[in-house]
Design a protein around this ligand. Structure first.
Ligand code: ADP
Length: 657
């Protein structure tokens, strides 16, 4: 439970709410004990045809008589002990009677103290007494109900507040996490982890602060009351508790293993659902519905099996606790019955009480045992929830504790506004041990230059950009901006000077305007309009229902690919970056619009360093230099004119006009 304990520690910031909850739970426990104690007046007073007052009078009389009788017996025994010298049997007898005398005197004293409070204040008939007891019970139930509502609200506040903190912690860990770890974990697995694990942790907290505080306090009240009747009898009945504890512990270990596997299974099912639902078009066009369904069904079946296994262990817990409860009651019944039937205080030579137990007190003792067993059963149910919460907490903490590979150094270097040049110095980089992606790559890009990177798929073009943006750090060599090794700079400061447009840009749910503004929250409406004009967003605003204020839908899926790219370009322009990455940024824009965009970009690109990835000759036209990458190495490094000449590429500007 070590991991869930950390969550509990986190929840302790709500100390006032927890204090209120404990007080509230104690009140519920006391009311629970009170309502069970009602069995005593039923048996002892009402059903024997008494009222509380007449019962008290008769008890005082009975104890008076008993005291007188015991005083005589004790005096006789004292004399006999004196005569016999040192008879152990007589001494024991004297001891038993003396104790009984003290107990009777105490009881008598108690009845006499209570009497003035009762006299004339309680109903004077047995039926009236019954009505009085029942009304008190109803009152207790109403107060208990109010306390329970308050209890649930407090529990929800504590659990949800802790979940809120963990959700925030999760998000900030995810945002800080380096790209390599994110690639390995997968974003849908991360989403699953957040949703599913957090739900189980919250359920664990609700159980712990709800039933987990109420039920033990109810048990405690009943235990104290049972101990008041006869603590020795209570000890005797509790001998089975350690055995039951051992069995429950064994079952819970199996439950824990099953819970761990179930979590893995659920992550698989959710991941598979998310993946196939987000790519439903691809699934449909290839008629792969059946394959996807089969994959989903396979995961679901595993989950089903694990669920059944978990349910089996769950179901073992209840009979175990019930059996333990039943054994306790049986022991108490046998022992209590023996004491009452024989009107004795001793069981197998051990004194169980100072006064012999009455039928009513044995009944009350049973009622208290029942009052303990009900909360104990509920406690066994929460155990299962706590085990799952512990497994889930481990999943979450493992995630929180991943040390990001990309760190801000202790004494970070300052990165001035980029104005000199970018240098890749003998860079070696590999995503994994199997394949080196960039091999001893050397490249210098002076400030203001527009460089086009071309080369076959997988030659390392995007990787190069990713290293420059410090999404990854090279394993060997260095990436320098204006002579500063970016490994020594806070990654946020590196990216502050950059903007990127990719071939499948992500737009966020919001308006067109908000999506452009995302590049620079301080941009004025003039800046946004200028960027929108430069990226030719303004050309298609008329066809959108609300122009700039049109909502773009989830990930921008209500727009065409080209429109999305143009908005993404405007977003990058508005950021006014010193380094701009265009990764097939206009691949889906029509040729005519692309040409217009290039014309307006030419001026913009002059004051910044730009790296373009593209295979389209029309795009290469805005580049000053073309670099051909092949298997992570530079194959060719030419000016764009040289490149066009060497490969006989002619740009047909007329087709645009
Ligand atoms: P390009 O942009 O030239 O098509 P990339 O730079 O994207 O190529 O990829 C270069 C190589 O690195 C490829 O072999 C690709 O499989 C591998 N690669 C790219 N991204 C990852 C990643 N996140 N994890 C592992 N390997 C990757």
């Amino acid at each position: 439970m070590i991991n869930f304990l950390r969550v509990i520690k986190l929840s302790l910031v709500n100390k006032w709410k927890i204090t209120a909850l404990l007080v509230n739970s104690l009140i519920i426990g006391l009311l629970w004990g009170c309502s069970i104690s009602a069995v005593y007046p039923f048996v002892e007073v009402v059903f024997s045809g008494n009222t509380i007052e007449t019962w008290l009078v008769s008890e005082i009389e009975k104890t008076d008589e008993k005291i007188a009788e015991l005083q005589i017996t004790c005096s006789d025994l004292k004399l006999k002990v004196g005569d016999s010298g040192n008879s152990t049997q007589l001494r024991n007898e004297l001891d038993t009677h003396s104790r009984r005398l003290i107990a009777e005197e105490k009881a008598n004293q108690l009845y006499r103290t209570v009497m003035p409070w009762i006299e004339g204040r309680v109903p004077q008939t047995p039926f009236g007494t019954l009505v009085f007891v029942m009304s008190t019970l109803i009152m207790i139930t109403i107060i208990k109900g109010v306390c329970l509502v308050l209890n649930s609200v407090l529990v929800a506040q504590i659990a949800q507040r802790t979940a809120l903190v963990m959700r925030r912690q999760f998000y900030s860990s995810a945002v800080k996490m380096d790209q390599l770890t994110i690639d390995q974990k997968g974003t849908s697995a991360m989403q699953t982890m957040l949703i599913y694990n957090l739900n189980l942790v919250t359920a664990g907290l609700i159980s712990l602060y709800g039933k987990g505080t109420r039920e033990p306090l109810k048990m405690l009240v009943c235990l104290v009351l049972a101990a008041c009747i006869s603590w020795k009898l209570l000890l005797l009945t509790m001998v089975v508790a350690p055995i039951a504890g051992f069995v429950i512990n064994r079952i819970s270990q199996h439950m824990r293993t099953a819970a761990q596997r179930e979590l893995g299974g659920i992550a698989g099912v959710l991941q598979s659902t998310m993946e196939s639902l987000s790519a439903l078009r691809t699934v449909r066009i290839f008629n792969r519905e059946r394959t996807e369904k089969a994959r989903f069904n396979r995961f679901s079946k595993t989950l089903y099996n694990l669920g059944v296994k978990q349910a089996f262990f769950d179901s073992l817990l209840r009979p175990t606790t019930e059996l333990a409860g039943m054994v306790c009651v049986a022991i108490a019944l046998l022992a209590g019955g023996y004491l009452v039937l024989n009107d004795t205080t001793h069981l197998l030579g051990v004194r169980m009480s100072d006064r012999p137990m009455t039928v009513s007190s044995v009944f009350l003792f049973f009622a208290m045992l029942a009052g303990i067993s009900e909360p104990a059963r509920k406690m066994s149910e929460i155990y299962n929830t706590l085990v799952r919460a512990d497994v889930s907490s481990k999943g979450l903490y493992d995630f929180f504790e991943v040390e990001p590979e990309i760190q801000t150094p202790k004494n970070p270097s300052q990165l001035p506004l980029h104005s000199k040049g970018i240098r890749f110095k003998s860079v070696n980089f590999a995503y994994n041990l199997k394949q080196i992606t960039l091999k001893r790559l050397d490249l210098i890009i002076p400030f203001g230059q527009t460089v086009a990177l071309i080369g076959p798929n997988g030659s390392g073009k995007s990787t190069l950009i990713n290293l420059l943006a410090r999404f990854y750090d090279p394993q060997w060599g260095a990436v320098l901006i204006d002579g500063v090794d970016i490994k020594n700079v806070n990654p946020r400061h590196v990216r502050k000077q950059m903007a990127m447009v990719t071939q499948d840009p992500v737009l966020f749910k919001g308006t067109v305007l908000e999506n452009i503004q995302y590049g620079n929250m301080n941009a004025t409406s003039d800046d946004i309009l200028r960027a929108a004009e430069m990226a030719r967003v303004t050309d298609f605003l008329d066809v959108l229902p609300k122009g700039f204020d049109t909502m773009v839908g989830d990930r921008g899926n209500t727009l065409s690919g080209g429109q999305r790219q143009r908005i993404a370009l405007a977003r990058a322009i508005v950021a006014d970056p010193r380094i701009l990455f265009l990764d097939e940024a206009t691949s889906q824009v029509d040729v005519a619009s692309e040409q217009l965009i290039h014309d307006s970009l030419k001026q913009f690109l002059k004051q910044r360093t730009t790296i373009i990835i593209s295979h389209r000759p029309a795009t290469l036209e805005i580049a000053d230099r073309v670099i051909v990458l092949e298997q992570g190495q530079i194959e060719e490094d030419l000016s764009s004119t040289e490149y066009f000449e060497r490969y006989g590429i002619k740009l047909d500007r007329k087709r645009v006009a």
